[in-house]
Write a protein that binds this ligand. Structure first.
Ligand code: ADP
Ligand code: ADP
Length: 224
């Protein structure tokens, strides 16, 4: 069974824009999978459908075997998503932000890994600082920790390093590898080919809402 299965996925926005035009692929469990494509290709639309933020207009999708229509709650609990927007209350601390998130997901107090997660994203020394005082890079790392609070088997990162400097980019890459080594299946979108090459076991390319490649990274790089 795949981590994510997408079949004939279609999205036509109100107004008629066809953002996804019959996309099918599977993300194998245990991989780092790159979804590559230029701006406007449909990457965020696809991620937002998986997140339950956008309704598809056709096709089907399943996360960890759970169909997003028939079993939306199990699907949702199987995935953690880091969007490009930075979303948390500036007057809560990172520790509080993770506790609030754990509460939303119904993670029992005894099973919460708040400090462990903060250590993993190197924010343990900021655990009690107001989130508004964190740097941009720290805020991004807090978003990653938030997405992992319910210990999902799949983590999706939408353009994790867009506009990020080289040092932070390398830190994020190292952390993605570490998570993957711990068994988390990672899907990331990017428009940087070198990022996908560096990190991903497999790369799918979409353009104008259509899948134009889906290959092991080695094969794809050999073709370029
Ligand atoms: P990417 O993430 O690859 O840059 P998007 O999924 O954001 O691509 O966008 C795919 C296409 O759908 C683009 O042409 C974009 O302008 C359009 N689009 C995205 N969101 C909306 C929306 N809410 N309403 C109408 N069109 C949209
Ligand atoms: P740190 O000091 O932790 O490295 P910075 O505040 O210096 O964090 O930000 C690191 C990089 O991330 C900078 O290049 C900044 O422009 C970029 N960045 C921060 N927040 C965002 C964001 N929301 N979207 C895009 N880029 C961001």
């Amino acid at each position: 069974q795949a981590a994510i299965e997408i079949e004939g996925l279609e999205k036509v926005y109100a107004g008629g824009k066809r953002a996804l035009d019959g996309v099918s692929f599977e993300v194998p469990r245990g991989q780092i999978f790159g979804l590559l494509g230029p701006n406007g290709a449909g990457k965020s639309t696809l991620i937002n459908i998986l997140a339950g933020l956008v309704n598809k207009t056709g096709g089907r999708a399943a996360i960890w075997g759970f169909d997003i229509d028939r079993n939306p709650r199990n699907a949702k609990f199987s995935i953690g998503i880091v969007n490009q927007e930075i979303l948390f209350d500036p007057f809560f601390t990172p520790r509080e932000a993770l506790e609030i998130q754990a509460g939303l997901y119904g993670v029992p107090k005894a099973e919460r890994r708040t400090m462990e997660l903060l250590r993993a994203v190197r924010l343990d020394d900021k655990a009690e600082a107001y989130a508004r005082t964190l740097s941009g890079g720290m805020k991004r790392r807090l978003m990653v920790a938030k997405a992992l609070v319910h210990a999902p088997p799949v983590l999706v990162l939408d353009e994790p390093t867009a506009g990020v400097d080289i040092e932070l980019r390398q830190q994020l890459w190292a952390y993605v590898r570490e998570l993957n080594a711990q068994g988390v299946t990672v899907v990331l979108t990017t428009h940087y080919l070198e990022e996908a090459e560096e990190l991903c076991d497999r790369i799918a390319i979409i353009n104008h809402g259509r899948l134009i490649a889906n290959e092991p990274t080695r094969t794809l790089v050999g073709m370029a």
